[in-house]
Design a protein around this ligand. Structure first.
Ligand code: GLC
Length: 439
């Protein structure tokens, strides 16, 4: 086997401060907040139009005695994730860090700075650190009541808004982002959420997004910032769907992107929602993203005590078992640009190696017609066992009738797979190509 590609994922380029992200391909999203107590989705405050004063009862109940940041970090790493993003504050306004700008924090509620615990745990596991931060704050007295606000149908909505000052709220918003970017060391990724311009909405001018982004860049020059300030960011963030191809900008140039996905459709803990995706589907989304030059950010929502769902842990463990054997087909991998994936496969490529993820196990033969260069060798990635192959070098007409392969074009490479499918979540054929010509 050639040693041109280091065994195990090769390291990201050093000249790009964001190369770690592209190399990682897979991260963990953690939605935790007071909304985990009502346990009916993170938008419960808005959906059920719970007034801020009424909502504070959930903070009185908030006691994350089972929130274990080190368990979360270990679980993420074992699942093959290389970064994690925690909701520092969601739309409800409850802050998971010791903010000097409000008492509506986990520190006041239960004496814990959960952001600090999360950052320390990630660093112990060698994971990159991401913060989700909502631009929205349904609890803040100066945040004007709009189309999503829990008080949107209050009879005295206009009177209430007359006393609210978004300039004061902007100062609060920028001040809290400053706290997060100066109080916890290097932060690798900032996931703002979200801008909804138009009638009764809030656009970039409501946040002073230009000023906010300038401050972020000044405080953490290498940070990755997403695209939800109402301004272009460092990456696109399709949500709960998979792009059909590598994402491009208006000029057709490929852009960095990350699909954020849930296990059951809800970001925050939603006790009675059992719409759980299978490990097979979740894994195929990871591979699909890498094969389209993107990342997958997969979410968990700790429960009302901060504990993790056993079913979520089981899914992540199953994905981790696959990653332990097949990491090379995702980490640092990208699209197999010169190929079209045959039916029943997902393709990725890393250097001279093409990875064929077999979502359906073929009847012995796998035919590839557009490999970019001659094949030197091939193996099943799970056990490293050789897979033999042959090149269709003559037109079908010359083959013996019983050997006819139904019109395969000359140049097709046929791989002979074992009859029995490997007992792994998603079998992978690794194909080593001749080295690309120099230059
Ligand atoms: C949407 C949801 C928000 C969630 C976010 C995750 O904006 O409204 O609740 O945190 O997606 O990307």
């Amino acid at each position: 086997m050639s040693t041109t590609v280091p065994s195990g994922a090769d390291t990201p380029r050093r000249d790009d401060p964001h190369a770690w992200f592209d190399h990682a391909r897979f991260g963990l999203f953690v939605h935790f907040g007071a909304y985990a107590v009502p346990a009916r989705h993170e938008w419960v405050m808005s959906r059920e139009e719970i007034a801020p004063k009424e909502y504070e009862k959930y903070v009185e109940l908030f006691d994350p005695d089972r929130f274990d940041a080190r368990l979360i970090a270990r679980t993420a790493r074992a699942a093959g994730m290389r970064y994690a993003v925690l909701t520092t504050k969601h739309h409800e306004g409850f802050c998971l860090w010791d903010s000097a700008l409000t008492d509506f924090t986990s520190t006041v509620a239960c004496g814990r700075d959960l952001v600090a615990e999360f950052v320390d745990a990630l660093r112990e596991e060698g994971l990159r650190v991401g913060f989700y931060h909502s631009l929205i704050d349904w609890h803040h007295p100066d945040f004007t009541i709009d189309s999503f606000h829990p008080l949107r149908h209050a009879p005295d909505r206009e009177e209430r808004n007359a006393g609210r000052d978004m300039a004061r709220y902007r100062e609060h918003l920028h001040g809290q982002v400053r706290e997060l970017l100066t109080g916890y060391g290097r932060i690798d990724y900032l996931f703002f959420d979200f801008t909804y311009p138009g009638e009764d909405g809030k656009g970039p001018e409501d946040w002073d997004s230009e000023g906010l982004l300038a401050m972020v860049r000044a405080l953490q020059p290498d940070i990755l910032v997403n695209d939800r300030l109402g301004l272009p960011g460092d990456l696109r963030t399709p949500e709960q769907h998979q792009p059909v191809a590598p994402m491009v900008d208006g000029d057709g140039h490929e852009v960095r992107w990350e699909s954020c996905q849930t296990i059951n459709g809800s970001w925050g803990y939603d006790r009675d929602n059992h719409d759980t995706k299978s490990a097979d589907l979740l894994l195929r989304m990871v591979v699909d993203s890498a094969g389209k030059n993107g990342n997958l950010l997969l979410n968990i929502g700790p429960d009302g005590r901060g504990g993790l769902r056993r079913s979520d842990l089981a899914l992540l463990e199953e994905i981790g078992e696959w990653m332990e054997l097949h990491e090379d087909s995702v980490r640092g991998a990208g699209p197999a640009r010169e190929m079209t994936a045959p039916q029943g496969t997902l393709l990725t490529q890393r250097g001279d190696r093409v990875y064929v993820h077999l979502t359906a196990w073929p009847m012995q033969s796998l035919h590839l017609t557009d490999l970019p260069r001659p094949v030197r060798a091939a193996r099943l990635l799970d056990d490293g066992s050789e897979v033999r192959f042959g090149l269709i070098e003559q037109p079908e007409a010359d083959l013996h009738a019983h050997m006819s392969v139904n019109g395969l074009a000359p140049g097709t490479v046929t791989f002979t797979l074992p009859i029995r499918r490997p007992d792994v979540l998603l079998p992978v054929l690794e194909i080593l190509l001749d080295p690309a010509p120099a230059g």
